[in-house]
Design a protein around this ligand. Structure first.
Ligand code: GCB
Length: 610
């Protein structure tokens, strides 16, 4: 886009100072400055140093950095709007520019930004000082929820000792996790675009809505180009429809020889303001595709889609949850090597850069919000509910135009057997559908089918189970019966298609045992085979997907069932395959090869077949 997207030098050092080590959170008035250290952005702060108290730190941390802005951003002050944007920060953030508070944001995993023009344009020549206070404390009303527990027994714990309790199974990394950028727009600018698509074989319609902020006197013109750069449709005004003849549809990876086809929608705004002609131009990739859910199928462009994919985490050595391009590209290469056509963003929205690659490669996404570990009854109250609705608004605003996103997941394994879960999920799901009527909505459950109060409101049943692991550990032979019963119970109750949204077993790479014993690579493989034989029967009926838990090993809180983290990855944390990865790869390519358009697919993906 011709907007001057600039700088922030996202990958540079940022001054970081800790205050209040083991000081009660949210009480900052008597704080003392602690050590100041260099901290990379983006990164989690936890694993960067050798200091165990920083690794497990709960409370406020401060980041500060000065940047020099281009002079022309400051001179043309009436017509240039300067925006400071964070891709995400964990969890509660307050941001100041030159000592003036410019924004506050609650929750990680999603972007937030502020117009800082009036502050920096008033004092040209002065560097722009960005100060961020972050607090990673979780409460029963945050997403994810958590709670602080003070240990008051003075014979066992030091004074003011507390721990943060969480009900989710990944390390609670914190810091500025995604790029920070400064960018400009004209003072009258395109604030948002919403695009939806419908299509038949020979003609597609692209519905658009554009919102402009800063003036009511503006004109808009739109043009849609194909990948050769040819204009295939034009339009004008803030809303309308573009007609595309013989459209190239957006297809998932392995369903078409040219997956991830995107047109380019150029939206041009012109406005008169302050005696000048202002122009804002925004280019949005547009994938034309449709989604329908029946009682037994998930249809993309009218064809049955079977999710053969993974659950992931944003997690790696040293950087924690910090965004890292080499890691992201490696993961996409592994996904395609595996023959995976989809993943769920367990258990929070992933970086926008990751979502861009899903759109481009045709990797289908179940886009999950950070509603993980909603277990306490207080977390089903109105305060939590209102926050959950806001988080869904932020997520949908960010990801609504992405063709790869085919379904929203509003939570993972909540205590949906509790009675208040009924009203809670009814409301969150209705709100999500009102914001985006074009996509199905689900949440992922591990509750008993007969007791789940949220399931009546979902479009697709997503169920997690760990037979022969958490239940009947070591007894692989119970899987066929228990898994079959699981599917049959859910289907007879709801007549909705079902995704096995998690199943898995830990394995320590290099640990071998035959006959297979738990934690060996052989056990993980044997568990897969038992599950797969049932999937193969039920996918002929109403099972529409299988997502392994997990793509890669990942860090968790310490505990007696975790050996340097969760080892259910089919790849190690360093992204090397365990034996199970080869079992899954054979299966996923076989399933892909059963679909109708195979010969061209195999050729075009020869790289990943070797
Ligand atoms: C689950 C959770 C996931 C855990 C996994 C496990 O049900 O959804 O976050 O990591 O089980 O390995 O226990």
């Amino acid at each position: 886009s011709p907007r001057t997207l600039q700088v922030g030098q996202p990958r540079c050092k940022i001054a970081f100072l800790i205050i209040n080590d083991l000081f009660p959170p949210f009480l900052c008035n008597s704080c003392q400055t602690g050590p100041v250290i260099d901290m990379p952005v983006p990164a989690s702060f936890n694993d960067i140093t050798q200091d165990p108290s920083l690794e497990n730190y709960i409370g406020w941390v401060w980041y500060e950095k000065e940047v020099q802005l281009p002079l022309r951003w400051l001179q043309d002050d009436l017509n240039t709007r300067v925006v400071l944007r964070f891709g995400s920060a964990h969890y509660y953030s307050i941001v100041w520019v030159n000592g003036v508070q410019v924004m506050e944001h609650e929750g990680g995993h999603l972007p937030f930004e502020a117009d800082i023009s009036s502050i920096i344009q008033g004092s040209p020549g002065i560097p722009c000082r960005i100060t961020v206070a972050l607090n990673n404390t979780l409460t029963p009303h945050t997403l994810p929820p958590g709670s602080i527990q003070y240990m008051n027994d003075k014979t066992r714990y030091p004074k003011n000792y507390f721990v943060q309790n969480i009900r989710f199974d990944f390390f609670n990394y914190a810091g500025i996790h995604r790029p920070v950028v400064l960018y400009t727009t004209p003072s009258v600018y395109i604030d948002d675009i919403t695009v939806t698509t419908t299509s038949s074989e020979s003609v597609a319609m692209v519905q658009y809505q554009v919102s402009v902020v800063g003036s009511t006197l503006y004109s808009l013109s739109l043009s849609l180009r194909d990948q050769e750069g040819k204009v295939v449709a034009t339009g004008d005004g803030p809303s309308g429809e573009l007609k595309v003849l013989n459209p190239n549809l957006w297809w998932p990876y392995l369903m078409h020889e040219n997956p991830g086809y995107r047109y380019s929608l150029e939206v041009k705004m012109q406005a008169q303001a302050n005696g000048a002609l202002l122009e804002d131009v925004y280019t949005l990739p547009v994938g034309i595709r449709t989604i329908h859910v029946t009682s037994t199928q998930f249809l993309i462009n009218g064809r049955p889609f079977y999710f053969h994919g993974v659950n992931k985490h944003e997690d790696a050595d040293i950087r924690g949850k910090g965004f890292d391009w080499p890691l992201v590209v490696k993961d996409f290469n592994l996904l395609r090597w595996l023959g995976a056509n989809s993943f769920r963003t367990s258990h929070y929205p992933y970086a926008e850069e990751i979502m861009d690659l899903c759109d481009a490669y045709g990797i289908v996404v179940i886009d999950e919000c950070p509603g993980v570990g909603i277990k306490m009854s207080e977390s089903f109250g109105n305060k939590s509910l209102q926050h959950h609705l806001v988080v869904m608004e932020e997520l949908i605003r960010r990801d609504k135009n992405r063709p790869s996103v085919v379904m929203w997941s509003v939570a993972n394994e909540p205590a949906s057997e509790l009675p208040p879960a009924g009203y809670y999920f009814k409301t969150v799901i209705a709100h999500t559908k009102a914001l985006d009527p074009s996509r199905p909505v689900t949440f992922v459950t591990d509750a008993n089918y007969a007791l789940d109060h949220g399931a009546p409101y979902v479009d697709v049943i997503c169920v997690n189970s760990y037979f022969s692991w958490y239940h009947d550990p070591g007894h692989l032979e119970v899987i066929p019966l228990q898994l079959t019963t699981q599917f049959e119970n859910w289907y007879k109750t709801y007549q909705k298609p079902i995704i096995q949204s998690e199943y898995g077993a830990d394995s320590v790479p290099g640990l071998h045992s035959d006959p297979p014993l738990m934690f060996s690579e052989e056990y993980q493989k044997a568990m897969l085979r038992e599950y797969h034989s049932v999937f193969d029967k039920k996918r002929k009926e109403y099972v529409i997907g299988e997502l392994i838990w997990n793509f890669a090993d990942f860090m968790t809180n310490q505990g007696t069932t975790r050996v340097l983290g969760n080892k259910k990855g089919i790849f190690t944390r360093q992204r090397q395959p365990k034996s199970a990865a080869f079992v899954l790869r054979e299966r996923y390519w076989k399933i892909a090869n059963e679909s109708s358009c195979l010969p061209p697919i195999i050729k075009s993906h020869a790289l990943f077949l070797k």
